[in-house]
Each structure stands twice: as structure tokens, then as C-alpha cells.
Write a protein that binds this ligand. Sequence first.
Ligand SMILES: *Cc1c(COP(=O)(O)O)cnc(C)c1O
Length: 950
Amino acid sequence: MNTADFSLRHIGPRTADQKQMLETIGVDSMEQLIHETIPDGIRLTSELDLDAPMSEQDYLLHIYDLSKKNKVFKTYIGLGYHPTIMPAVIQRNILENPGWYTAYTPYQAEIAQGRLEALLNFQTMITDLTGMEIANASLLDESTAAAEAMSLLFSVRERDQKKAGINKFFVSEHCLPQTISLLQTRANPIGIELVIGQDDNFDFSKDFFGALLQYPGKHGQVTDVKSFIEKANASQIKVAVAADIMSLVKLEAPGKFGADVVVGTTQRFGIPMGYGGPHAAYFATKEAYKRDIPGRIIGVTKDANGNRALRMALQTREQHIKRDKATSNICTAQVLLAVMAGMYAVYHGPKGLEFIASAIHNKAVTLSNTLQNLGFEQINTSFFDTLCFKADAKKIKAEAEAKKMNFYYPNDNEVVLSINEPTTLEQLNKIVSVFAKSVGKDSIEISKISETNAIDKQLERQTTFLQEPVFNSHHSETELMRYIKQLERKDLALNHSMISLGSCTMKLNAAAEMLPLSWFKWGKIHPFVPAQQAKGYHAVLKALEDQLTEITGFAGTSLQPNSGAQGEFAGLMVIKAYHESRGDHHRNICIIPSSAHGTNPASAVMAGMKVIVTKSTEKGNIDVDDLREKAELHKDNLSALMVTYPSTHGVYESAIKEITQIIHDNGGQVYMDGANMNAQVGLTNPGNIGADVCHLNLHKTFAIPHGGGGPGVGPICVAKQLVPFLPGNPLVKTGGDQAITAISAAPFGSSLACLISYGYIKMLGASGLKKSTEMAILNANYIKKRLEGAFETLYSGERGRAAHEMIIDCRPFKAHGIEVVDIAKRLMDYGFHAPTVSFPVAGTMMIEPTESESKQEMDRFCDAMISIKHEIDNISKDNENNLLKNAPHTMAMITDDEWLLPYTRQQAAFPLDYVRDNKFWPSVRRVDDAYGDRNLVCTCAPIEAYMEEV
Ligand SMILES: *Cc1c(COP(=O)(O)O)cnc(C)c1O
């Protein structure tokens, strides 16, 4: 074996296995299989034009060399991003631990209690610090969270406000520039009018339904949110506050003043800046708005034995159920980052956070006093960590950069500085010397940090926080390490067994792709540093854009969207801008097939489009006649078609070129949902099938780990006519020359995570990528064949083949009283995570093994499925007391002295031989979703609850 060939590590089946698998399927060669799978008319005729594949060793040297092109200055820019100290125990045991980063979104709650608990901690931390009643388990970044707050307040406008057409939203000019840009993107299409102004002289007119404040403001002034909220409430104006999480340790919680929503980022809690992300944003609101909250909420419920268990709550709000009526399009969020930020609070506890926040504040006060002694005027009258000085910005900038420091310069006469956790006394003195030199004075030496307070008394924090036991128990490294391990052991991730999630492509996240994420020269770069300091990033991001443009067969790429759903919204907004540039302001119809993912219709509505659903044929394909009819009917207003390819049914529709042509003939653009790109790379591409734009889920196809529900990266790739409209950023030049406003807070989205996909493509090269696609198709067809007779595949291509995934029909088992979820839960007893359940067809499972799974692992999975089928055959409909309905079985059940079930303990817990060697124990019995939704609890129990029990 050529040990320098990364594809041999990335791809599961060995050469000998591949031969056997092809035989099982009944084809002579891989070429024959691909020929029978992909329609001839869309195959690529040449290899992708990419760099030759690199060995892991060479890649690590290469990415190390590139990292050296980034210049790590001491950075005081602020604006929503700060240097931090990530506790090493969190870095090693979470960020660098596949037990955490390879987990899937916790839909199968019984084998996800660890990360569900970590996320409940996160929610509790947020509700405590913000003073709100309920919080979600993360959004994509602060600016999108602010936009979600605006949307929520818009949709909960009181009925008479709605009737009166009240649609104005006030945005304080203290808000971050990237947030204002993003609000513009999101407001226009849904009919919200933004008014940007000073909060001091806002007139609280009845024309406004809501307002957004920044706390503290972008230049550091702690605005009087208390009086603003009081006045706003008196005028029926609802208020959202974008609050800095660290400052909330010292500042009174906005919830105490009556805020309706509080949002922000948790990057400051130990997460590296990573040139813009990924970081978890938070969203907290009142209980009354619980059904309008975007994103995922973790809630407490009970299991089949009445024991406490956690699961995702209120899912009926979400896009996968509500589609075009959903509260938002959020699907992938920032789970891994939320877990880490929550763990930072667990590690430090309230006293540690108080120490850190006070130290930041004291350093800021000391610097402010010293510079004032030097004769500089500091404008902020009440501040936490950020100072705004009157000074000659040009001179200071030159001095500061010479000393390897970055400040923020809003104009020629002001210099803004944000103090952070790692700032030292020595660094404060360096800052002072820069200011002194700029006016030709001698520096003043700071020898001691002052402890005076510069926060307005009215706004000083009085409310306690993080009193729950979990935040007061794990403060030594040994304790935290064990707590993290205890949670990890409850979760099934890719380091235990295959997670064959249809549409989600849970492939290998190679260690060599992940390692650079821990390196300082990638982590410690602020997204708004001058370009010369981020040359390493620019090299990687530009190369990744080019790689993705080549792979999709398009003309340009934007890496800005930080999830697939965000990519959809971005792509549709780009299409809208294109139509408008041609005077077609009225084009607002978006045709979406009924089998589409829920994010598609939800994104179309956010983009101000009207959704028209087209039918599927009995074979699961798009009904071309119905599509043509609808496209022609709406040809004057047609904006776009959203289509997934291969379809969510796991089929390469051969009519795809005809379909894209129909849309073009009627004046529309074609948006391809690229979630299934793993079935295309190197064999065909969106450009080839006639699409105009697609998003890619780098966290599916391009090896970014799922993280338990994020981070994601959802770049859009576009054809030539759409390149000018790729999204921009107000502070850093990016995007097209007629760029739409921001889609994400950071100019290049979650840059740090982009390293993974870059490495993936670099190490596989054109040949390895193509081979991976072929192997993904081979693996899927192998499973399809092996399950034949036990589970029937619902849809196949014209020549009888599946694509890279297939839907198996579980509806016939209803005759035995068995539902698809019973099979999903029973798989846990066999040590497997279920495939996708009931998407896109209710009562089915969608299996996607990916190229990374070996034949042995797929055989174990198929053996488990077939064994479950035998179990079903022996079940009678009238008796619910059976192996499937009781699944999953916990260790507590199996080891109980009493055993009254009508099958043996062996059958329950060790149904096949292989299970014995690698048993995974679900930590709770089946969870009760309905109970939890009726009795919603979304935070850890306070200490009093524990005291009562005692
Ligand atoms: C995953 C997925 C999406 C949404 O992507 P996110 O990154 O989760 O927002 C959209 N469409 C399809 C078909 C998907 O599988």
C-alpha cells in the first residue's frame, strides 16, 4: 500500500472488497456501475483541473508554511471579536476530540444525552447572563442572530400594529457595522423598513414595531438601555438588545429592564477568532415567544421509565416541519462552539467569570486614566472594556502597526481600543507608549492596575448568575476532564460506528484536516485586521474558492454563508439582485419540488419569494409536465427553481437538463441545493446540468465535521452572470462589484473551518475526489443489494441503481404495529445510529454510507438491519411488549435483578455476536417528546431544586 496516498485512508473499502462488492451488485466494473447510475448526457468528459494530491505529511508542512504568512499582532479592534484564552482542557478534550466533533445533530436523543446536557448548560448560561426566560442552543453569528430578533419581533407584532401596516424597525447607530449591513439584507425582502439613528434622540413614535440596541455600543459606550426600554415599552415598541456576553458579567442583564430579545456571540468565552469564525451566537427571549424562536432548543423531558432525559424541544416550529411557514430557515447551527463556550463557563464558574471580567474592566479603566493623564480625551462616559480616544488616527496607526498592534480607527480623529482577557500589564504599557510617541511626549509607566469602576451605577449588575451546581463543581482540570468524558461516553459519534445519515454525508473528518485548527497562527487572527496580516488566510480562502468553482463548473464562489440554509438565502438574494439589475423587480415566484428539504421553502420566504410547489411522479421524480405548466403559467414573474441533485429521493433524474431549460426559457434562474454534491464531484457538476447557482455544505461533502449540529460552511458558487452580486461586507472588501449586503457577520464566514475543506481537496486531488464519489455510489448500491428482500428501496434510477444514498420503505411493517422510529431506536441496541428518519418520505429511512465506511462496517450494519427485520417478522400487532417497542435497552434494565420482558436479556442487549466486542449503552430509555413540549423546561434546575429533593 502506498502510504503517501491519502485516498487510501479516506476511502473505506480495500481493493479486494471493492471487487466483491461489485460482484454482489452484479456489475463487472466500477465504470459499468457509474454508467448504470448517472445519465450519460451529464457526465464530465475531462478530469477536474486541480493540484496534484498531497500526502498528509506534505500537506501539514504546506499548511504550516502558509500559517506563517499570517501575522499575529496584539489586537484591540473589538467590533464583536476578541482575543481569548481557550482553556487547554477544553481544546484537548472537546475541540480535538472526535468523540465530540464527529457527532451528528442530536435527533436520536437516547444516544446524545452528553451533548444535550452540554447544550442545556449553554442555554442556562445564556438565560442567566441575559436575564431572559428561554434561550436556544446557538445561532450562526451575532449579526444573523440580530436579524432573527428583528424577524421575531416583526412576526409577533400586536394584531392592531399589523393591521395598521406598522413596519419600521429602529437600529441604533451604535450597532456593529456588519450587523447593520445584515439587517439591510434581511429587512428589505420581507417588507421591514430600517431606520438607523441615535438612540438618545429617538422619538418613540408609534410607527415603529421594534428596535435594536448594542450593549455596550460599537465604540464602547454603555448605552442606557434601561431608560430606552422603559420608554419603548410605553409606546408598544419591542426591544432587542445585542449584548456582549463578557460585559454582562458586570452589566445588569437586559432582561431585568424588560428587553424582549437579547442576542450576541459567545466567542469571548474561550473560542479563537479564526479570522471570523466559527463561533456560537446566542438568542434569548421571553417564554411567551417560545414558538417563534429560531433554531434548536434543548428541553428536559422524561424517558419510558420516568427518568429525566433531554431532547430537542418544540420541533414543530422548525423548517423541516413547517417549511414555508417556519419561523426561520436555521438547520445547522454552531453546536460544537456552543458546547465549548458553555464548558468555559462550567470551568470558570461565576467566581472565575467575575475575576476575568473584572480584570478586563480594570485594565480598561487603568488605560483610560493613564492616557487621559497623557492628555488624551476619552469619549466614553460609561464603559466596560472599550475606550474611544480623540487622537490622530493616522499617526497612531503607523506607530501601533510598527509595534505589532491593531486598534480600530472609525475616522481620522478617533481611536477605539478593546481590552480583552489575554491583555497584560506589559501590553498596556506598549499601548501607552504608542499614544505618547504620537504626540512627542514621554510615556507614563503603568505599574499597577487600578480598581475603580467606570460603569454607570444604574447599569451595574446586581443579579446573581450561574448558581446551578454544574457551574460550581468542575473547577479543577481533573474534574472538568472527567465531566467532559462522562458526557462524551453518553454520545455515539463516528469514532464508535457508522452514522449513515442520508443527505448529511457523515464521512471521515481526517485528523490531518483538523490539526491546523489548533494552531495559533490560524486561531488568533481578527476578521478585520489589515489584509497584509492575513496573507495565509487569503491564500487558503482564494484557493478554496477556486477549487469549489472548478468542482461546480461555475465562475465564482463566496465563502461567506455559514450554513447550507444561509447559502440558500444568499443564492436567492443574488438571483433577486440579478433580476433587479435587468429591471425585473417583479420576479418573485420560486418553484420548489414537494420532496425538497424544509430549508428551501423557508429560505425562499426569507428572500421575499412566493413558493409554488411542484409534484413528484409515482417514481419519485419531478413531474416535468406539471413543472412546465407552472413555469409557463408564472413566466412573467418567475424568479427561480430550487432543485436538489441528485434528488432527495437518491436518484439522478435524467430529465434534469430539460428541467433547467424549461426554467431558463421562462425567464427564471436555477438554484441547485448542493447537499447531495457527494454524488457529483468529479463525475458531473451543477454547471453541467444547467444550474446557475448552488450552495455546498462543506460540513457534508467537504469533510468539515458535523460537530453535533454545527459548525457549517455553506458557500455559494455561481455562473458568470451572477458573479457581480456575490455578497460583500461593510469593513472588508469582498464579493462582487455590485455586491449584495452582508449574509454573515464575517467577510469570509467561518474561515477557520474552511481549512478543513481546503486540506480535504488538497490531499485527495482530482483523482481522489472522483474516486470518493464513485466509492460513495458503490457503497450505497452495495447496501441496497444486501438489504434486498428485507427492506425495499423506494426509488431507483432508470437502470435500477441508487445514487449515493437510498430510501428504504418501512411502512409495510405497520402491519406488525412497527413504526420507522421503532427501527431507529432498536438500531441503538446494535450499536448504530439510525439513518435519516422520515425525510423526504414519512415512514422511511434514508441511508447514506459515504465512501469512508469499510465493507466490514457496512456488513455489520446490514446484518443488524436484517436481524431487526427477523425480529419484526416475529412480532404480533396486538402485543406492544416487544424488542422494538421497548428499544433502546439501557444497562440499568439489563442488569436489574428483575427481568419480566418476554425475551431474553441477551436478545435485548447483545442480539448479534459483534455487539459484544463493542457495546454502546444508550444512557436513557426512549424519550417522551410530547411530555417535554407540554412541560417546557429549557435550563438546568437551579440549586434550590436540588435542595428541595434533599
Ligand atoms: C443539510 C441540508 C440542507 C441545509 O443545510 P444546513 O447546513 O443544515 O443549513 C439543505 N438541503 C438539504 C437537501 C440538506 O440535506
